[in-house]
Every structure is written in structure tokens, then in C-alpha cells.
Design a protein around this ligand. Structure first.
Ligand code: GLY
Length: 591
């Protein structure tokens, strides 16, 4: 593989990421739940990547994992909207054409790099209901009851997407809510023709759809699974979106939509109240920032762990010659995995909602801390995860989707939003037409007991009323100098962190173009379980044997994540967009 370093000038850009989580009905604690939606993604080898080329554009680019949502964003940009207008329009369009993941029943994060050089972060993550307690998912004996945090109305966090999109639009958009929501409403009312990629996603939960008449009426075709070429119409969702378009977030948080959510929750032994919805807030914050080989990485602060963990890994690996070692080599896999193991141990021990716990970000990202962690990495052997603990000492109490947008003005946005599992809880409140999230599973149900992504977390992320669950979502904007170089992010629960990080490393260290970078097979290690996940084609059999001799255990997973990325080539100044091969219904399109 040809290696090169990009020494690029930059443009301001906008990227939005919506996350897709566990595909299908992942059993609790099924680490990296099988991504059935990715079944059509052919395994890729490094050699095959040579033919991968990004989509090029001169002025603007939108990349998302559903082609109609991409087209909505591009149309808004062509009509004179900016990247924030387009991000909000794509967000609502995703709620219609990518119902597994795009949503108004969940929450997310948005990173915006403005043409004036400022980068801001908007947190619209779900909150725990006011009646939630740390032992919500435990029985009288203190045992975690399987399924309570994923398959019942107790799993539903207070949704944040509608207030989040409204807040972003009011602060930085130029168009009206009616303008940016019109395409989504049209797609919901008139319907859209399903492609095979859309059907692959729907097929992951047809059995669940059949259990609830109000869900089956929409997402099954007279009781049968939809097939490619058929049209999915969502008149109830159209009505819900029209109410939001007309009355704003008030309709969702205080009006008939709120009443429907609370009524459904009460009738299924949930704990959501009108007060939960009325008191929901979003917040602006500064992104987490770090530097790597001349690039500035701007990503998500807590309540996401994404930015901190990516930056901690980069701090650890900074001195190693990854570019020389090359993609898929023994050394690059060994040192990346060891850095991930240590950074995830810190993530799982110390991070939580900053409104409730202190996050020691300065310490975790310091050069001294990275040096201390590096010193514990042996050159010739894997470190068993049992030998790794949160590295600051004991904690002291005190199917998502991704899109990226760059506009001609120099604005860039990254958004990730999610309802956790593919189709979230798999249930819809009354006739509202949208899936509710099961995001509460991202909390620690009990310290030491893994959640559905296998994350073994601690008290910093315990459930408390009004708290936001710790996320891994990481829409990320990379600057070179003062200009946007890359917008990247991915769905995939805990694997979001490694996927996002590796897309960046593939470009800056391994010299791939952005299409190769997002298509390349991935590796993931998250402390526990003590196993290295990899996609087929990542390493050669001889590299695998050498790593096994060092103590590594590998688990091959067909594929995960869907990185929808843009790179601005500093030599040509062209925008290079890449839809991840793992989402065949997606599209990169530019102007
Ligand atoms: N729901 C997965 C995450 O936010 O990381």
C-alpha cells in the first residue's frame, strides 16, 4: 500500500452522525451484537481497497447512510442553506428513511465547526426519567434482571433529538423549521421506495414488529416483511412531524406527542412523566481537543466518552511510528490494541455525565499519563485485561447512523444520534409513528456487570434521576492548521470509538484515501471482554499467528459500524466523500 502524508489546507465543514446500535434483538451482554444489517457488506481485503475511490466535489458534500437523506441535505445546500440547515434537514429525513437509527425518539450529539473558526458541541443526549434509581434494573437480591434495560419501557430515556435539532437551527441555521422539515414530511406522507440496503435493516427486527399491532401496521406489509422495490409510507409519522413543524419542540415536550409517550409508558409499567419531558434540556459545551502529528482533533466531551477515549488513545500511540509499521502489521495492531485496552479501562471507570460526576479529562489526556500507560506496554506480549485497572486509582464517588456535511461557506457539522439498538425499544407510543429509544442500557445497571455492548462500567455512570447515560458516540472534526481536514464518525456502540479513530489513522498514518479508510477492515479492543475483535481481511494469517503467540485472542466479526466521512484534500482543495461499504443504501453526494 502506498503511504503518503497529507499536508493540507482546509475548509470549514459540518458532519452529522447518527448512530446505529446493536442490530437485531441483541441479547443483553452480547458484545458487539451481530450486525445483521451489514450482511450484504462483502468482506474486504487490503488488496481490494486499491480500487476504492471517494466521491469528489468542489463546493459542498453530504454523506449519510441513506441516499434519500443525503439528497435532502444536498438540496438544502443548493437552495442556499448552510451546513447547519442541512444537518437539521438530514436529521429529520433520517427519522423517516432510516427509522432504525435516525430518530426523534432518541438523542445525540452535534459538533459544528463554523466558518469563523469556532468549534462548538451540542449535547442532546437522552436523560434518565426523574423516577429512575441506581438499582432500577436489579431485583430484590441485587441481581440485574436481563432485558429490563433493553426490552421494557423502563429502558426509555427522555428523548432529546427534537429540542437538539431545533436549538441548532435557531442558533446557527438560516432557514425556517418549516423549510428544513418539509422534505421529511413529504417522504413520510408520500413514502419512499425501499432498496435492498433498507430492507436488510428492516429484516433485523421483523419478529419484534409483529408483536405490536401499531408497529406491524407500519413496518410490515400486510403482516409480511417488506421487500426491495416496495414503498414504505408513514402517515402517522408525517402527522407527528407536521405538529413539530407547526408548533416547534413545544408539540413534542408539552403537547399531544408528550401525552402519547407518557400514556404508552404508563400502560407498559414505565416511569416517564409529563414533568420529564417538560423539563428536558439540551446544552452547549466546548469539544474535547487534542493534537496528533500536526492535526487537531475536535470531538465529543462527556456525557460522551468518545472524544476523551479517542484522544487518550492518540496520546498513548503518538510516539510510535505507525506510518512506518503500516496498516495491519504486528506492531500497529499490538500497540493500538494495548492503547485501546488502557483507554477503555479509564473510560469505563471514570467517565459519566458531567452534571453529576467529575470527569478527570485533564489528567487522562496529559502527556505524563500517556507516558505512564506506555511504560506498561510490553513489546513482546499482550497485557491481560485483568492486569489493567482504571489508571488514576479507584473511582471516588462524588443502530444509530452517521452523516457529514461541508458547505461552500466553510461550515462543517458532525452529528451522531441514536435510539441505541436498531429500532431502539422496537415499540411506538400510540399513533406517534416513531420508535422510542432503549438508551437507558448505556448506564451501569450494576458496577461490574456488562451492558449489551459488553462494557463493564462503574459508579461514575450509575443511573440517577435526570442524568445522561455515558455514550461512545464521537462525531469528530479534524483540523489541519485552522482549517477543516476531515469529518468522521460512526454508529456501533462501543466500537464507535475505534471505528472513528481508525478512519483517521488510516488517512493520516496509513496514507489511504477516505473511501479506503472507511472501507478498511477494523480492529476493536475495549478492556473487557479480554478479546480483540476484528473484521475479516484485517491481517494476514502470518501476522495473526505472531500476534497469537504474543497472547492475543481474536474474535472475527463479519463487520460493524458505518463511517460516513469527508476529507478536504489540501492539495486539490476538493471535497472527498465516502459512504461506508457496510451501508449499501447510503450515499456521498456533492456539488
Ligand atoms: N447508545 C450507544 C452510545 O451512545 O454509545
Amino acid at each position: 500500500m502506498r503511504r503518503r502524508h497529507y499536508g493540507w489546507a482546509v475548509v470549514a465543514a459540518l458532519s452529522v452522525v447518527t448512530t446505529v446500535q446493536a442490530a437485531g434483538r441483541a441479547a443483553p451482554n452480547s458484545v458487539i451484537p451481530s450486525q445483521a444489517l451489514d450482511s450484504s457488506a462483502p468482506p474486504t481485503t487490503v488488496a481490494a481497497l486499491a480500487h476504492n475511490r471517494p466521491v469528489l466535489a468542489r463546493h459542498a458534500m453530504v454523506v449519510s447512510d441513506q441516499h434519500l437523506a443525503t439528497e435532502v441535505g444536498l438540496k438544502i445546500l443548493k437552495e442556499g442553506g448552510n451546513a447547519i440547515d442541512a444537518a437539521v434537514a438530514v436529521g429529520y429525513a433520517q427519522a423517516v428513511v432510516n427509522p432504525c437509527c435516525g430518530n426523534i425518539g432518541g438523542g445525540g450529539f452535534m459538533v459544528i465547526h463554523l466558518a469563523n473558526g469556532r468549534t462548538v458541541f451540542l449535547d442532546f443526549r437522552e436523560k434518565a426519567p426523574l423516577k429512575a434509581t441506581p438499582t432500577l434494573y436489579q431485583n430484590a437480591k441485587g441481581q440485574v434482571v436481563p432485558g429490563l434495560s433493553t426490552q421494557t419501557f423502563l429502558a426509555v430515556g427522555v428523548p432529546g433529538t427534537v429540542l437538539g435539532l431545533d436549538t441548532a437551527l435557531r442558533k446557527y441555521g438560516t432557514m425556517t423549521r418549516q423549510q428544513v422539515m418539509a422534505p421529511a414530511i413529504r417522504l413520510a406522507r408520500k413514502g419512499f421506495v425501499l432498496q435492498q440496503g433498507d430492507v436488510n435493516v428492516l429484516n433485523t427486527r421483523v419478529k419484534d414488529f409483529a408483536k405490536h399491532p401499531n408497529v406491524a401496521a407500519i413496518f410490515l406489509n400486510h403482516g409480511k416483511p417488506y421487500v426491495a422495490g416496495q414503498t414504505l409510507r408513514q402517515p402517522q409519522l408525517a402527522r407527528t412531524l407536521e405538529l413539530i413543524s407547526r408548533d416547534g419542540s413545544r408539540a413534542f415536550y408539552r403537547g399531544s406527542i408528550a401525552r402519547s409517550i407518557v400514556a404508552a409508558s404508563r400502560s407498559h409499567r414505565g416511569i416517564l412523566s409529563m414533568k420529564d419531558l417538560a423539563e428536558y434540556t439540551v446544552q452547549w459545551a466546548r469539544p474535547v481537543e487534542c493534537r496528533y502529528h500536526g492535526y487537531t482533533i475536535m470531538s465529543d466531551p462527556p456525557p460522551s466518552s468518545g472524544g476523551v477515549t479517542i484522544c487518550e488513545i492518540l496520546q498513548i500511540i503518538k510516539p510510535y511510528p505507525f506510518a512506518k509499521w503500516g496498516y495491519g502489521s504486528v506492531n500497529s495492531i499490538h500497540y493500538l490494541v494495548e492503547a485501546e485496552r488502557r483507554a477503555f479501562a479509564d473510560r469505563n471507570t471514570y467517565l459519566g455525565d458531567p452534571a453529576f460526576v467529575h470527569n478527570p479529562i485533564g489528567q487522562l489526556l496529559s502527556a505524563q499519563h500517556a507516558a505512564k500507560l506506555r511504560a506498561g506496554i510490553r513489546a513482546d506480549a499482550a497485557t491481560p485485561s485483568a492486569q489493567i485497572k482504571g489508571s488514576l486509582g479507584p473511582y471516588e464517588g462524588t443502530d444509530t447512523t452517521d452523516y457529514s456535511i461541508v458547505d461552500r461557506h466553510g461550515n462543517a457539522v458532525g452529528v451522531t444520534f441514536t435510539i441505541n439498538y436498531l429500532f431502539g425499544l422496537g415499540q411506538i407510543a400510540g399513533d406517534t409513528g416513531f420508535f422510542l429509544n432503549n438508551e437507558m442500557d448505556d448506564f451501569t445497571s450494576k458496577p461490574g456487570v456488562p451492558n449489551s455492548f459488553g462494557l463493564v462500567q462503574g459508579r461514575a455512570n450509575q443511573i440517577e434521576p435526570g442524568k445522561r447515560p455515558l455514550s461512545s458516540m464521537a462525531p469528530t472534526i479534524v483540523l489541519r492548521g485552522k482549517r477543516v481536514f476531515m469529518v468522521t464518525g460512526s454508529p456501533g456502540g462501543s466500537t464507535i470509538i475505534s471505528t472513528t479513530l481508525e478512519s483517521f489513522l488510516n488517512v493520516v498514518d496509513f496514507g489511504m484515501n477516505v473511501q479506503q479508510a472507511v472501507n478498511a477492515p477494523r480492529v476493536h479492543e475495549q478492556w473487557y471482554p479480554d478479546v480483540v475483535f476484528m473484521e475479516p481481511g484485517l491481517i494476514s494469517p502470518s501476522v495473526e499467528r505472531r500476534l497469537q503467540a504474543m497472547g492475543y485472542r481474536f474474535k472475527v466479526v463479519k463487520s460493524w459500524g458505518a463511517d460516513e466521512a469527508i476529507v478536504i484534500n489540501p492539495r486539490t482543495h476538493l471535497l472527498e466523500g465516502a459512504n461506508d461499504r457496510r451501508r449499501p443504501a447510503g450515499l456521498a453526494a456533492g456539488d
